[in-house]
Write a protein that binds this ligand. Structure first.
Ligand code: DQA
Length: 147
């Protein structure tokens, strides 16, 4: 079982980027947390980050025939990208929208998500723990277990 976990712009700076909002762990730390949880559940995680919208679209397209589920923290593109929305619409696998922070408790411009209408569920506000929670949720959805 292969899970894709894709991360959008500025998440490469985790650890030093607004740590009071996003936590002190680096993206590498988070990759380890998520991969460990995946191995525990007999899944394999493909974990990537890009600052470029088109690259994220390419990877979402790639997930169509390579992944059993997609976990997506689209970062700021969550709130702006119709291209990512359209790419997600082409997927038939489960999609989990993920955020470290809770966008709904922040600025009003974070209230809209172009990812949410395409997602089976949303995990937000749990910091780095959200990555292992979303791996669990993804595996559950693939196995059609209720969560
Ligand atoms: C984020 C929330 C977004 O609003 C923001 O633009 C990000 C990170 C999160 O993980 O909390 O870059 O997706």
């Amino acid at each position: 079982l292969i899970l894709y976990c894709l991360n959008g712009p500025n998440l490469n700076l985790l650890g030093t980027r607004e740590p009071e909002i996003y936590g002190k762990e680096t993206l590498q730390d988070i990759e380890k947390i998520a991969s460990d949880k995946a191995s525990e559940l007999n899944a394999k995680l493909t974990f990537r980050q890009s600052n470029h919208e088109g690259e994220l679209v390419d990877w979402i397209q790639e997930a169509r025939n390579k992944a059993s589920a997609l976990i997506l923290n689209a970062a700021a593109y969550t709130h702006t990208s119709i291209a990512i929305h359209d790419a997600l619409k082409t997927l038939e696998i489960p999609i989990i929208e993920l955020h470290l922070s809770n966008p709904h408790s922040r600025e009003s411009f974070r209230a809209n998500s172009y990812v949410a209408p395409c997602a089976n569920g949303v995990i937000a506000g749990f910091g780095s723990a959200g990555y292992s929670l979303s791996v669990e949720a993804a595996v559950s959805l693939v196995n059609k277990r209720s969560i």
